[in-house]
Structures are given as C-alpha cells and as structure tokens.
Design a protein around this ligand. Structure first.
Ligand code: HEC
Ligand code: HEC
Ligand code: HEC
Ligand code: HEC
Ligand code: HEC
Ligand code: HEC
Ligand code: HEC
Ligand code: HEC
Ligand code: HEC
Ligand code: HEC
Length: 290
C-alpha cells in the first residue's frame, strides 16, 4: 500500500474535504447499521497518511479496524486538514493525555453506539475515563484491544478490589477461573443500580442451585440479592460471608421475632446454620431447617 516512500507534501483541500465527507458518510451508515461494516473504505486515506507514517500504516493492516474496513485514519484522527497542509503540523487529534476525554470519546462513539450506549452515564464516563484508557487501537493483536483482558485492564486503578481476591475465601480470579468482566460490563461497570437483576441472576448463572424456585424463599434475597450476605470479591470469612460470625449476620436483620428459647444464643457460640441449614430457600420448611 505504501510502497511510495516519498512524503506527499500537499493534498488539495478539495480532495481532503471529499475524503472527510466520505468518511463521515461511512461512519454515519455504520452507526445506523449497528456498527456493522459494509465494505473496505480505507485504502485512499491509508495511502495519504502512510506516505509519511509508513510503519503505522503498515501495522494498521493487522488491526481489527482495518481488517473489517471500518475506519480510515481520519475517522479517528480528526482535524487532519492543517496537519496535511503543513506536512506534519499541529492540530490533529492524537489522543494524548492533554486531549479532553469528551473529544476522544466522541470520536469512538460515532461508530460504537450500540456497545457503549451507557458509557458516558456510567461511573467510568463520569470519572472522565476515555476509550483509550483501556484500548490500544494500533495494537496488532485483536485482544490487545482491551490491553489484555478483563482483569488486567482493571487492576491498575482498582488495587483495593484486586487485593480482596487474595483473601482466604474468594473466587479464583487470580487463577483465571473468572475475570472482573465476568461480572462487570467494563463500559458500565456499576452494579448498584441493578440490584436484584445483576446480583442475583448473574450469580445464578454458575450457582444454579441457589436460585430455586423455592416454595419457601428467604426474604433476605429479595432485599439486595446475594451480596446481602456475601462479598463476591472475597473475605476472610468462610463461604465468603460478609461477617466473621454467622449469627451476627442473622442478628443484623432478626432481632425481634425470634422464638423465646433463642435468647440464649449469641454470636460467639451459636451457629444458626447448624439448624437453619437451607438459608437460600427450601421446599420443605418455612424456617429453612430442611
Ligand atoms: C480507530 C481509531 C484510529 C484509527 C482508525 C487510526 N488511529 Fe492512529 N491513533 C489512534 C489512537 C487512539 C492513538 C493514540 C495511541 C493509542 O491509543 O493507540 C493513535 C495514535 C497515532 C499516532 C501517534 C502515535 C504513534 O503510534 O506514533 C499516529 C502517527 C497515528 N495514530 C497515525 C494513524 C494512521 C496513519 C492511521 C491510518 C493508517 C491511523 N492512525 C488510524 C486511533 C486511531
Ligand atoms: C507530509 C508528511 C505527513 C503526512 C502526509 C501526515 N503526517 Fe502525521 N505527522 C507528520 C510528522 C512530521 C509528525 C510529527 C509532528 C510532531 O511531532 O509535531 C506527525 C505526527 C502525527 C501524529 C501525532 C501528533 C502528535 O501530536 O504527536 C498523528 C496522530 C498523525 N501525524 C496522524 C496523521 C494522519 C492521520 C495523517 C493522514 C491524514 C497524517 N498524519 C499525515 C507528518 C505527516
Ligand atoms: C468509523 C467507525 C469506527 C470508529 C470511528 C471507531 N471504531 Fe472501533 N470498530 C469499528 C467496527 C465496525 C469494529 C468491528 C466491530 C465488530 O466486529 O462488531 C470495531 C472494533 C473495535 C474494537 C474491537 C476489536 C476486537 O478486538 O474485536 C475495539 C476495542 C474498538 N473498535 C475500539 C475503538 C476505539 C477505542 C475507537 C476510538 C479511538 C474506535 N474504536 C473508533 C468501527 C469504528
Ligand atoms: C475500563 C476499561 C475500558 C474502557 C474505559 C473502555 N473499554 Fe471497551 N472493553 C474493555 C474490556 C476489558 C473489553 C473486553 C470485554 C470482555 O472481554 O468481555 C472491552 C471490549 C470492547 C469492545 C469489543 C466488545 C464489545 O463490547 O463490542 C469494543 C468495541 C469496545 N470495548 C469499545 C470501547 C469504546 C468505544 C470505549 C469508549 C466509549 C471503551 N470501549 C471504553 C475495557 C474498556
Ligand atoms: C483509569 C482508572 C480505571 C480503570 C482502568 C478502571 N476503573 Fe473502574 N472506576 C474508576 C473510577 C475513577 C471510578 C469512579 C469512582 C469510584 O467509584 O471509585 C470507577 C468505578 C468503577 C465501578 C463502580 C463503583 C461504584 O461504586 O459504583 C466499578 C464496578 C468499576 N469501576 C469496575 C471496573 C472494571 C471491571 C474495570 C476493568 C474493566 C475498571 N473498573 C477499570 C477508575 C478505573
Ligand atoms: C463474582 C462476580 C464479581 C467479580 C468476579 C468481580 N466483581 Fe466487582 N462487584 C460484584 C458485585 C455483585 C458488586 C456489588 C457489590 C455491592 O453492591 O455491595 C461489585 C462491586 C464492585 C465495585 C464497587 C464496590 C466496591 O466493592 O468497591 C468495584 C469498584 C468493583 N466491583 C470492581 C471489581 C474489579 C476491579 C474486579 C476484578 C478485580 C471485580 N470487581 C470482580 C461482583 C463481582
Ligand atoms: C441471608 C444471607 C444469605 C443470602 C442472601 C445468600 N446466602 Fe449464600 N450463604 C449464606 C450462609 C449463611 C452460608 C453458609 C451456610 C452454612 O453455614 O452451611 C451460605 C453459603 C453459600 C455458598 C456455599 C455453600 C453452599 O451451599 O454451596 C454459596 C455458593 C452461596 N452461599 C451462594 C449464594 C448465592 C449465589 C446467593 C444469591 C442467590 C446467596 N448465596 C445468598 C447466606 C446467604
Ligand atoms: C462464572 C461462574 C461464577 C459466577 C458468575 C459466580 N460464581 Fe461464585 N463461585 C464460582 C466458583 C467456580 C466457585 C468456587 C471457587 C472458585 O473456584 O473460584 C465459587 C464460589 C463461591 C462461593 C463460596 C462457596 C463456598 O463453598 O464457600 C460463594 C459464596 C459464591 N461463589 C458466591 C457468588 C456470588 C454472590 C456471585 C454473584 C455476585 C457469584 N458467586 C458469581 C463461580 C461463579
Ligand atoms: C438482610 C436481612 C436478613 C438477613 C441478614 C437474614 N434474614 Fe432471615 N429473613 C429476612 C426476611 C426479610 C425474612 C422474611 C420475614 C417475613 O416474611 O416476615 C426472613 C425470614 C427468615 C426465617 C423464616 C421465619 C420468618 O420469620 O419468616 C428464618 C428462620 C430466618 N429468616 C433465619 C435467618 C438466619 C438463620 C439468618 C442468618 C444466616 C438470616 N435469617 C439472615 C431477612 C434477613
Ligand atoms: C438448635 C437449632 C436452632 C438453632 C441453633 C437456631 N435456631 Fe432458629 N429456630 C429453630 C427452630 C426449631 C425454630 C422453629 C420455632 C420453634 O420451634 O420455636 C426456629 C425459628 C427461628 C426463626 C423464626 C421465628 C418465627 O417463627 O418467626 C428465626 C427468625 C430464627 N429461628 C432465627 C435464628 C437465628 C438468627 C439463629 C442464630 C442466632 C438461630 N435461629 C439458631 C432452631 C434453631
């Protein structure tokens, strides 16, 4: 493609405008078609830029964006007009730290409307992260796209959460059994708005036996789902419970309507689940003892 090693010093602005027009059309129709590529559109643009950026242009041929013919150089690097005129001048969007997150996100979201509809409203968008915080567009292997996967992309910032995955009782994330993105959508990672749905159905994908349906449900699960009692990142307590003493957990909701003879029970010596064995629900007992 870029066999021509001589820099093309000047591109007429008429041609450039035509080119940008084409790019916008392509981008627009991609967005409308749910980001599905139609046909390769990159060649011209890659040649123009590749005249000077030969290595980048060559490597670009191995990235997902070129393989599906979705994006030309200028569909991401806005403001190329002045850059081309001056043979490498300023003004082009280069996705540097100094460029605003809003400007960077806007470019990517032109096409990625479907998969990232919630990004800007989610905690990452609000905290001014941008797509290139996690994605290296010019990386050659497709899955470098997410800077190697759904855990590494997260732990630089969420060290505290990652640390919990080395506590005694935990999901085996560090051993690769699951990843942060098994449970979180990186583009809308907050779970707090979707209590029942996320916290329960998500867990039940793997822990099917905890879902019932039960004739007698434990009312607690309806409050906040599984995380009412478990911390899925890990805890020092057995079964990933959020408190060291099971009785303390139960007492946090059950203080009054306990049978009189329960009054001798206390959080040090009593394991409530030695009798109430079916804490997640039962078909036989409305007090979950079998
Ligand atoms: C899908 C969007 C996208 C497309 C298409 C794209 N780039 Fe980039 N480019 C970026 C981003 C984002 C960066 C910032 C570095 C990074 O995150 O990978 C960048 C960085 C660069 C840089 C500066 C850093 C470096 O690696 O030297 C150059 C030069 C560049 N791109 C040229 C090009 C050329 C030439 C093309 C077409 C062959 C192109 N880009 C296509 C998004 C894109
Ligand atoms: C005539 C040669 C030439 C052409 C054609 C050219 N560039 Fe450049 N480009 C340069 C030079 C030289 C630099 C380094 C400028 C600098 O560091 O200030 C550069 C830098 C860049 C950068 C990094 C800017 C930064 O702030 O670090 C990007 C991104 C870029 N070019 C993209 C493109 C794209 C996209 C095209 C095609 C639309 C293109 N270039 C066409 C010569 C060119
Ligand atoms: C002109 C439209 C367009 C623009 C602009 C664009 N993309 Fe894409 N991108 C696509 C299409 C189309 C695909 C392939 C989608 C698919 O297969 O579902 C894709 C694929 C991807 C993928 C998945 C790669 C893989 O491993 O499968 C990532 C990540 C991505 N883009 C990030 C970005 C980022 C970050 C930006 C902004 C710097 C950006 N894109 C800008 C159209 C675009
Ligand atoms: C916090 C890090 C992070 C940010 C910020 C981020 N992504 Fe992603 N993205 C990921 C990870 C991790 C994956 C892989 C998800 C998986 O494996 O389930 C991914 C996957 C993708 C994919 C391919 C799968 C899909 O969902 O279609 C595309 C396209 C994509 N991201 C685009 C974007 C765009 C556009 C932005 C900015 C609006 C963005 N991402 C912001 C981490 C991020
Ligand atoms: C560049 C730093 C950075 C990266 C990388 C990052 N995050 Fe975040 N994350 C933040 C910031 C900042 C917030 C908003 C402030 C907060 O709640 O801590 C946030 C918020 C969150 C929240 C919501 C917290 C709440 O209370 O609502 C979750 C969940 C989350 N991130 C998960 C992830 C996952 C999963 C990944 C990897 C795909 C990831 N983050 C990558 C910085 C980052
Ligand atoms: C087994 C599923 C699961 C995995 C794996 C998981 N999370 Fe979570 N995460 C959750 C649930 C459920 C919540 C909501 C907890 C709540 O509301 O109390 C949550 C909450 C969060 C929060 C906000 C509250 C807090 O505890 O700070 C952040 C940030 C977060 N997760 C980041 C991550 C990161 C980073 C990883 C990977 C290292 C990860 N999560 C792995 C299920 C998971
Ligand atoms: C009312 C608190 C509570 C709620 C809500 C809860 N659990 Fe539990 N869970 C427990 C207790 C207590 C134990 C320990 C039982 C014992 O001591 O034998 C446990 C044990 C477990 C175990 C390990 C032992 C076993 O039986 O396999 C898994 C897995 C588990 N819970 C998953 C879940 C899931 C998934 C949800 C949501 C559907 C959930 N839990 C909701 C209290 C709760
Ligand atoms: C992708 C499958 C998967 C998902 C999703 C998942 N888990 Fe797990 N869970 C496991 C596996 C596998 C184990 C056994 C430990 C390991 O290998 O990581 C486990 C262990 C547990 C245990 C400890 C069991 C014991 O015997 O002590 C609890 C409690 C638990 N999970 C709760 C949850 C909760 C709550 C959620 C939802 C936020 C959840 N899990 C989501 C696969 C999953
Ligand atoms: C988050 C609050 C919460 C926690 C923690 C909790 N429960 Fe419950 N539990 C409830 C609710 C709500 C009901 C339904 C009460 C109703 O319908 O009046 C219930 C019902 C019960 C019942 C059935 C009898 C009744 O009053 O309806 C038993 C037995 C019970 N819980 C035992 C336990 C034990 C043992 C633990 C500790 C392992 C525990 N609960 C932890 C909220 C909780
Ligand atoms: C030795 C077995 C045993 C232990 C240990 C035990 N329970 Fe019970 N619990 C029962 C039985 C049996 C009932 C049925 C009521 C009755 O027979 O008086 C019951 C009833 C209950 C009820 C339902 C009250 C009602 O009728 O609404 C709750 C709530 C309860 N227990 C909570 C707890 C908590 C919390 C603990 C731990 C501090 C605990 N139990 C420890 C056997 C036990």
């Amino acid at each position: 493609m870029s066999a021509n090693k001589q820099p093309k010093p000047f591109v007429s602005s008429v041609r450039l405008l035509a080119l940008l027009g084409l790019v916008l059309c392509v981008a627009g129709s991609l967005a409308a078609a749910g980001s599905r590529p139609q046909a390769p559109q990159t060649a011209k643009d890659v040649d123009t830029c590749g005249a000077c950026h030969e290595d980048v242009a060559k490597a670009f041929g191995r990235t997902p964006h070129s393989a599906i013919g979705a994006a030309s150089c200028t569909s991401c690097h806005a403001g190329s007009e002045a850059h081309l005129k001056d043979g490498g001048g300023a003004g082009i969007l280069a996705f540097k730290a100094a460029d605003s997150a809003a400007r960077k996100n806007k470019v990517c979201l032109t096409c990625h409307t479907a998969s990232n509809a919630q990004f800007l409203a989610g905690p990452h968008g609000k905290a001014s992260l941008d797509c290139t915080t996690c994605h290296s567009v010019h990386a050659s292997k497709p899955h470098d796209g997410a800077k190697s996967g759904g855990t590494k992309a997260c732990i630089t910032c969420h060290q505290d959460v990652y640390a919990k995955f080395s506590l005694n009782e935990r999901h085996h994330l560090q051993e690769g059994v699951l990843e942060c993105t098994t449970c979180h959508n990186p583009h809308e990672p907050s779970t707090l708005g979707r209590l029942g749905g996320f916290k329960q159905e998500l867990c039940l994908k793997c822990h099917t036996d905890k879902g019932g349906p039960f004739l007698f449900e434990h009312g607690s699960s309806r409050v906040e789902g599984c995380v009412t009692c478990h911390d899925p990142h890990g805890t020092p307590n057995r079964h990933m419970l959020s408190t060291p003493s099971v009785a303390d957990l139960c007492f946090s909701c059950h203080t009054i309507q306990l049978p009189q003879w329960h009054s001798s029970f206390n959080s040090q010596t009593t394991n409530c689940t030695s009798c109430h064995t079916k804490m997640h629900g039962s078909n036989l007992s409305n007090i979950f003892i079998r």
